[in-house]
Structure formats: C-alpha cells, structure tokens
Design a protein around this ligand. Structure first.
Ligand SMILES: O=C(O)c1cc(C(=O)O)c2c(n1)C(=O)C(=O)c1cc(C(=O)O)[nH]c1-2
Length: 247
C-alpha cells in the first residue's frame, strides 16, 4: 500500500495554517499589551510569568540535545542554548530579560527566583519541557516551529512597547531585538529538517500535532495571565501587585 502523504509544500502550508489560526499573536492579552492598554501591574505580571518560559527554554533544548545521537544536529542545536545563556561576561537572552524586569520596576533577583509564577504558567511550561524530553525527535523539533511566527510578534511588541510605555527603550527591548535574528536562524534549519524527515503520513500528523500542542502551551499562559491580572482572580501563591519591587 502506498503512503499518500502530502508533498512538502502542502505540509509546510499546513504547518503555517496552524500558526495563522492558533498562534498567541491572536490572544487578547497581546492586543492589550501591544496596544498600550496594560496597567503596570499587568506588565509586571507578564514579565514575571514569561520569565518562567524563558528560564525553561534552554533546559528544554538541553533535554533535546541529550537525546541526539547525531553530532551535527547537536552542533546546530547548541546555538539555541548559547543565545539564551550567552557567555559569562556578556550574558544572553536570560540576562536581557532581567534587564526588562528591572526596567518595569521589578527586582531582578525576585523575578529570577521564580517565586510568584502562577501555577498554570508552570504547568504549561513544564509540559513543554517534558514533551521535548519524551516525544519522538520529529515531534520534539516540530514543537519549536512556533518560532516561524515569532519575529512578527516581536516586531509588533517592540513597536507597541516603545509607542506606549515610558519604561520602553533600547535596553529594555533588547531581548526582542535579538530574537529578530536568532529565531529565523533556528527556524530555517528546523523547518527544513522537519520537511525533509517527516515524509510519512504518520510523521506529518505527529509534527502537526506537536505544533498545535505548542500553540496551546503559549495560549494557556496568556489565558492564565488574563484571568489572574486583568480579571483580578489571582491564584493562591502567585505574585500580588506590589511584591518584588526594585528598591
Ligand atoms: O515572544 C514570543 O511570542 C515568543 C514566542 C516563542 C514561541 O513561539 O515559542 C518563543 C519566544 N518568544 C522566544 O523568545 C524564544 O526564545 C523562544 C524559543 C522557543 C522554542 O520553542 O524553542 N520559542 C520561543
């Protein structure tokens, strides 16, 4: 029996359609943030919770690399960890995120401690790390393909923050500017790899499901932020406005 898997162009179009329908650029919290309607409490809540995602990205990439038997794949993948951790002197994305934290008036040590992160943020992000650790390599790689859609949202964010919030300046938005070149580099390689290797119907289904799962990881974090800080239903143990401020 022949496998009627769609050609790579059709498969790529399917992946892009998942982003068009489900990526978190469509979430009302992002419209509010980029449109300048967030209060500073809401901005601080976003920075604290999104920190947890940032902090776990290099850990999920290390989990991925621990499973790669191919040195060439590890060589390429390790630049993702370097982008976030950087060198001791200059740092990387993690340090740039903490500059944003300071810029919005938060104590960077408080943010880096992870205290105050909402349970739903933890559950969503931890699920992503576990997915990449446990699922087949094609699915693990495909789950990072949300980055196909990230440069557009980073561009909107830089523009929106600079237009609407006094804390926004080249230093506090540096995290997003760096991602404008880092993400396309990562995603060009990963998309090519997934298109070349997911040639059976089953692999294409698994890759599409992985990308869908990842859009849910991102969306769930913003739903939690909205419920907690826009609607004011802060879960027990989560950050409360006024805590963790820069002195
Ligand atoms: O601000 C965003 O909307 C956004 C989204 C995503 C994404 O699509 O997963 C990432 C990032 N930023 C990001 O900064 C980042 O380093 C990153 C790494 C990954 C990944 O899955 O490996 N996604 C993302």
């Amino acid at each position: 029996m022949t496998d009627q898997s769609p050609n790579p162009q059709a498969f790529e179009a399917r992946l892009r359609q998942i982003g068009a329908e489900r990526y978190h650029d469509r979430h009302p919290f992002h419209h509010r943030l980029h449109g300048g309607q967030c209060s500073m409490d809401e901005v601080q809540a976003w920075v604290i919770n999104r920190w947890y995602y940032q902090s776990r990205i290099p850990m999920k990439d290390a989990a991925f690399m621990s499973r790669c038997t191919d040195p060439q794949l590890r060589r390429i993948w390790r630049s993702r960890i370097e982008d976030h951790d950087g060198g001791e002197a200059e740092g990387g994305g993690i340090r740039r995120w903490l500059k944003l934290a300071e810029g919005v008036g938060l104590d960077p040590d408080y943010v880096a401690s992870g205290r105050g992160v909402m349970p739903a943020t933890r559950f969503a992000v931890d699920a992503y790390v576990r997915f990449v650790r446990d699922e087949p390599l094609i699915a693990a790689m495909a789950s990072s393909l949300t980055e196909l859609f990230a440069p557009a949202i980073h561009g909107q964010r830089i523009e929106g923050l600079l237009a609407h919030y006094p804390f926004a300046n080249p230093e506090t938005t540096a995290y997003f500017r760096h991602r404008l070149t880092e993400a396309p580099k990562d995603v060009a390689f990963t998309l090519r790899w997934v298109l070349d290797h997911a040639t059976s119907r089953a692999d294409q289904e698994a890759a599409a499901a992985a990308l869908t799962f990842k859009t849910e990881v991102l969306w769930a974090q913003l739903d939690a932020l909205w419920h907690g800080y826009v609607e004011g239903s802060i879960p027990p143990g989560a950050w409360r406005p006024g805590e963790g401020q820069l002195r």
